[in-house]
Design a protein around this ligand. Structure first.
Ligand code: NCD
Ligand code: ZN
Ligand code: ZN
Length: 346
């Protein structure tokens, strides 16, 4: 079965700064192996991507190493309100961290949120990590400044109902949900391996996400690789790898009748392209085997994380082949594209 190349609007590549967790080559190899032909990278690297110089530096690293097409987000800070718009055309969008998570980027004051909401061009993607009450405040800010806002990794019942209510009011909000928030609860992964932001929810949260599938615009992996050793330490960093397991999990849900293939393609390609204004790729598609039965295991994954929260899960459906701009870049379980084959999207 042929599907369009998938687009992941939320991945962490860790380069520059933490290439032992992931780099542009390993992360985009994982993307291709997972059926993704375009990815958008988050700015919470070390140093973070917050201005023209850091954006140009990160993009140059990516251009040398990427196996798939990519764009890089800018991160909002207390200092860069008046510089971000100049980089809007070269970036995936502007990312606002409104709650504590991994990395140094966090915007504390409402004044600062508002300044960024106003300064960033209305026709360029604005994305917020905003949980619970912060999400309510971010939606209000989008309404007050009359601009579109995309909400990252919606995870709870109250959040998805909030997004639904905002959409019913006609507000220009869109949202994404991760595979881990759709398939796991906090009971499934106790301890450091289960640390992720937003935290894994309850059965009730997971049920509410599935019941409100119509409210979910995109599935995004939030591929946030940290090594197994780091996850097993006393103070584990939050985040799960996810690029290589997302499509098999969603195809399994299709085989169980919980989703349709159209549901998947809409949320992993069409809607992402529309919301993030991503150009189409000529001669690009993936070939999936809907019947293939596999067991998820960390062994053989391209990500440097070296573990997966879905270890031992039985899946139905896998990626057989990925064709990017006419070239077969993945086949028989192997990434074939050379590093640097990936192009910048912006
Ligand atoms: C992400 C990371 O590790 O960069 N961690 C996470 O738990 N999701 C940061 C983020 O997406 O908030
Ligand atoms: Zn986040
Ligand atoms: Zn993230």
């Amino acid at each position: 079965m042929r599907l369009p190349g998938l687009i992941d609007p939320h991945v962490h590549m860790r380069e520059p700064g933490a290439t032992y967790k992931e780099d542009w080559a390993s992360g985009t190899a994982a993307a291709v192996a997972g059926g993704f032909t375009q990815i958008l990278a988050m700015p919470n690297t070390e140093p973070p991507v917050v201005d023209g110089a850091s954006l140009a530096h990160t993009v140059s690293l990516a251009e040398a190493k990427a196996h798939c097409d990519f764009a890089q987000f800018l991160g909002a800070t207390a200092e860069n309100v008046h510089q971000t718009a100049d980089c809007a055309d070269q970036s995936a969008g502007l990312k606002l961290y409104l709650d504590q998570t991994y990395g140094p980027l966090r915007l504390e004051s409402l004044d600062l949120w508002k300044a960024h909401f106003l300064a960033w061009p209305k026709d360029r993607p604005l994305v917020a990590h905003a949980e619970g009450r912060s999400m309510a405040a971010a939606i209000l800010m989008a309404a007050l400044t009359d601009r579109p806002l995309h909400l990252a990794h919606v995870a709870t019942r109250e959040e998805i109902l909030l997004v639904r209510a905002a959409k019913e009011k006609g507000l220009k909000v869109t949202c994404e949900v991760t595979p881990h928030h759709l398939f796991l609860t906090s009971a499934d992964l106790p301890g450091g391996r289960g640390e992720v932001r937003p935290r894994l929810g309850s059965d009730e949260d997971v049920r509410a996400l599935w019941e409100n599938l119509a409210v979910i615009d995109c599935f995004a992996t939030d591929h946030a690789p940290h090594t197994a050793a780091e996850k097993d330490c006393p103070d584990p960093p939050p985040g799960f790898p996810g690029l290589e397991t997302a499509l098999p999990l969603f195809l399994t849900a299709v085989s169980e009748g919980r989703l349709t293939l159209e549901d998947v393609v809409l949320r992993m390609s069409d809607n992402v392209r529309k919301i993030f204004k991503i150009p189409t790729q000529p001669d690009t598609w993936i070939e999936v085997d809907l019947d293939a039965k596999r067991e998820i295991t960390a062994e053989g994954l391209y990500s440097k994380a070296g573990w997966t929260p879905f270890e031992g899960w039985q899946t139905r459906g896998c990626v057989q082949q990925v064709v990017l701009r006419g070239e077969t870049v993945f086949q028989h379980g192997k990434v074939l594209a050379q590093p640097g084959f990936g192009n910048r999207i912006r």
